[in-house]
Design a protein around this ligand. Structure first.
Ligand code: ATP
Length: 353
């Protein structure tokens, strides 16, 4: 007899697209059929937006799932995975999910399929077109410098090539990702971050005057020395990047000996460097090894690992609590979040075979 349909309330906790994406990844990996209801019902435009619909289709195509409710605006999706994840060469375009295109985040589509493909029986390549540096999602540079290195520490072999940048509202950015299969995920302990080794600063813009890039980079340089960081720690990169439309942003990565944290701003004008440097400084002063975004994103690999994972996060967010609820709903791990110490521990139940 087949597995019983698992019902998941998409409005639980943070109630955003992450409930959907985490549930899709876990359904794909475990073969568990799911029905998601109340998807993003608390949002201004409820239901599936282009990025979420692309994630549903991407998850379905890597495991041959049968799906209903996969239309824009749908608040309910039934997803019945095929018998296994099929490694291969895939291409997904977020812009194709909506008439008129979309700058929906490629990073979030990638996170939906990355782990299923990493533990599939063979290597894969995934090309995704859409927004690469857009609000309310991990910028692709964050995926490159924070998320992928964290996964590598857990035994996942993946490389990312950012071929074109996609800014809001046009999108059209391109990433190409190589994922080695047969991955065996290890747990990790990130309770201390070690010494600060490098502050990587990226000032990037497309189709805008070069002075905008140098302005952002100079502002970050003087703010960081004002905060007391040695010049030798700061690695400034100015990038005039190729993109179908204009856009700009600043990204800072604080690389400690045991972990990296990332901060970004897509703001206009002089405040961009101020915003991102202040965010980095707040994190630095917290003493934590894991930033608030990685805090929720690490739960998924951690619940698939062969050992316990423990980490201390700078902030306990609703995203973190909600993702923990999704993981526990699948019965894959016991997640404990200690409010006082900000320690998260994930004990996998080893059910992903
Ligand atoms: N600046 C950032 N750097 C890294 N990660 C980020 C950043 N901003 C958001 N994220 C991550 O992006 C994910 C967003 O999840 P969320 O459910 O809010 O997405 P969504 O699909 O856009 O949903 P909704 O539109 O319903 O809010 C979370 O994992 C969050 O930590």
């Amino acid at each position: 007899m087949g597995k019983r349909l698992l019902q998941i309330d998409g409005s639980y906790g943070e109630g955003g697209g992450q409930v959907l994406r985490t549930a899709l990844s876990l359904a794909t990996i475990t073969g568990q059929p799911i029905r998601l209801f109340n998807i993003r019902t608390g949002r201004k435009k409820p239901g599936l937006a282009a990025q979420h619909l692309t994630a549903v289709r991407a998850a379905a195509s890597i495991c041959g799932a049968s799906v209903s409710g996969d239309v824009l605006g749908s608040v309910s999706v039934e997803f019945r995975p095929g018998s296994r994840v099929i490694p291969g060469a895939y291409s997904f375009d977020v812009g194709e999910s909506r008439a008129g295109g979309s700058a929906g985040a490629v990073s979030l589509v990638l996170q939906t399929v990355l782990l299923p493909l990493a533990i599939a029986e063979g290597n894969s390549s995934v090309k995704i077109i859409g927004g690469t540096h857009v609000p309310f999602s991990p910028p692709v540079s964050y995926i490159e410098y924070v998320y992928i290195p964290a996964l590598r520490n857990m035994g996942v072999d993946v490389t990312l090539d950012l071929q074109a940048w996609g800014w809001n509202p046009k999108g059209g950015g391109v990433i190409e990702v190589q994922i080695s299969g047969n991955g065996n995920l290890r747990g990790q302990k990130l309770l201390q971050r070690g010494e600060l080794e490098k502050i990587r600063v990226i000032a990037a813009a497309s189709k805008l005057p070069n002075e905008i890039i140098t302005g952002m980079s100079n502002a970050a340089s003087s703010l960081l020395s004002g905060y007391g960081f040695e010049k030798s720690l700061v690695d400034l990169k100015e990038i005039a990047c190729s993109s179908p439309a204009s856009g700009r942003g600043m990204f800072i990565f604080a690389e400690y000996s045991h972990s990296t944290a990332g901060f970004s701003s897509l703001a206009q004008g002089a405040k961009v460097a101020k915003e991102v440097c202040a965010e980095m400084m707040e994190f630095h002063n917290s003493g934590s090894p894991v930033d608030e975004h990685l805090g929720d994103q690490l739960l998924l690999p951690a619940c698939l690992a062969t050992e316990e994972t423990e980490y201390i996060v700078s902030k306990i967010t609703l995203h973190l609590m909600t993702n923990a609820w999704v993981v526990e709903t699948f019965g894959l791990a016991k997640v404990t979040i200690d409010e006082a110490s900000k320690k998260v521990s994930i004990i996998p139940r080893g059910t992903h075979s």
